[in-house]
Design a binder for this molecule. Structure first.
Ligand code: SF4
Length: 428
């Protein structure tokens, strides 16, 4: 099977071009996609028209690669729990606008369905879009804001996160289940090119969320997280969210909160999503009772990491040390690994990732789609040639072969899953 290319009329209508088979992109290169790499666009996925961009395809008659002049290129946004193998392939016209911070996976049409080159990397169902119940979320918002009338964080999670940004984690909190978010930090010590909570005024893209404007107290944190840990199924409370800066800059408050939480309940898991910049602070949090960490990175190569994160007062080595500290204290360590076909599956990246896994004793890789305009990213990073690459599917297979104990997924596991990763999700 080879799907046909999709194009849009620039007014949101999408059509298939049956004179062209769709191709994919890795790095700067367009290429055919193996038949076995395609799956139906999963529920919760979206299609985007890409203004100022012409799709690249293979002529069904001549076999030549050429542009589709019928309209703008189209890409797919993969829903959570899925990892894309190829980017959408297109030629960008001079005056094309920078694309917003979403992922742009290849997409095609076959047998009256939309297809994408991707796989489901995570069986956990916590962010299935069909699992959200708007009425229950609103009832939860009403109930919990009344239960915590003076809590600025619960107010923020309700008004901003759940009801404005549609944050899946906040919506789960108000449905009384699974992972509950705890944003804490208005500031950050990195300057990621694709930051989702802050973008410089003069930048051509905007951040989809506003950064938290206050520093919560430990009391505010404890007040709503203890009841969640006590009552939710497979409960996790997670510091470090998309609507804040770097939580480790608030480590003293987080430490105080963890100690206080554990005075009230031993249930569930306490996790931190972080840039991993302060290993000493991570050690303090592990001593206080932190259970797991997730460190975000676009690359396991110091130079590629540094160009993207533009860190203030920390180095790549610090994030490696933070992962090692968690392992030393018997915690669960994950990386939030931004997948960019052509970069992530390059030979150089493969070697660097193997070294990172060996050095840190990593527990899990969360293979996340990189939400960024591919041309803009490679341009900003000054990457003219991404070097030799093996294909994302092969990268996943080789890492699994080399390190079978390293778990693959998309979400932070609850305590039950850290103990037995292959739990059956049917009864979640
Ligand atoms: S570490 Fe997070 S908050 Fe800080 S700049 Fe990067 S994406 Fe933004």
């Amino acid at each position: 099977m080879t799907p046909f290319l999709l194009y849009s009329d620039g007014e949101g209508q999408i059509f298939e071009d049956t004179s062209l088979y769709v191709v994919g992109r890795s790095g700067w290169d367009a290429m055919p996609i193996p038949a076995e790499d395609w799956i139906e666009l999963p529920d919760g996925g979206n299609l985007y028209e890409l203004p100022g961009r012409r799709g690249i395809g293979i002529d069904v008659k001549t076999g030549e690669m050429r542009l589709c002049e019928k309209g703008w290129a189209v890409a797919a946004f993969l829903p959570p729990a899925h990892t894309g193998f190829y980017l959408a392939a297109y030629e960008t016209l001079d005056d094309a606008p920078t694309l917003p911070l979403f992922c742009y996976t290849a997409a095609g049409w076959f047998a009256d369905k939309f297809f994408v080159p991707a796989m489901r990397i995570e069986q956990d169902i916590r962010q299935e879009c069909s699992g959200y119940d708007e009425r229950k979320i609103e009832e939860g918002v009403d109930l919990l804001t009344k239960a915590h009338p003076h809590n600025r964080l619960v107010k923020h999670l309700a008004e901003k996160c759940a009801l404005t940004y549609n944050c899946p984690a906040a919506r789960n909190y108000f449905m009384g289940r699974w992972e509950c978010p705890i944003p804490t930090s208005p500031a950050c010590n990195a300057n990621c090119l694709g930051c989702i909570s802050f973008q410089p005024e003069d930048e051509s893209i905007v951040s989809p969320q506003d950064r938290l404007q206050f520093k919560p107290t430990a009391q505010e944190i404890v007040e709503f997280t203890v009841p969640h840990l006590e009552t939710a199924p497979y409960p996790i409370v997670s510091f470090g969210q998309g609507c804040e800066g770097e939580p480790l800059l608030m480590w003293e408050t987080i430490k105080e909160s963890i100690i206080e939480i554990r005075k009230h309940t031993q249930k569930g898991s306490i996790n931190i999503n972080t840039n991993g910049s302060k290993p000493d602070a991570v050690e303090q949090l592990m001593k206080a009772g932190l259970n797991s960490i997730r460190v975000s990175l676009n690359s396991a190569r110091k130079d590629i990491y540094t160009k993207y994160y533009q860190p203030n007062n920390y180095q790549f080595e610090d994030i490696v040390e933070s992962l090692r500290v968690v392992k030393k204290y018997g915690g669960w360590s994950s990386i939030n690994y931004f997948v960019f076909p052509g970069m992530t599956d390059s030979i150089a990246e493969y070697d660097a990732l193997c070294e990172l896994i060996e050095t840190t004793g990593l527990s899990m890789i969360q293979w996340r789609s990189f939400n960024i305009d591919p041309d803009w990213y490679l341009g900003k990073m000054g990457v003219g040639d991404t070097g030799e690459f093996m294909g994302m599917k092969q990268m996943l297979e080789l890492i699994h072969e080399e390190f079978p104990h390293v778990k693959f997924g998309y979400f932070n596991p609850p305590m039950e899953r850290m103990k037995n990763f292959d739990v059956d999700f049917a009864h979640w």
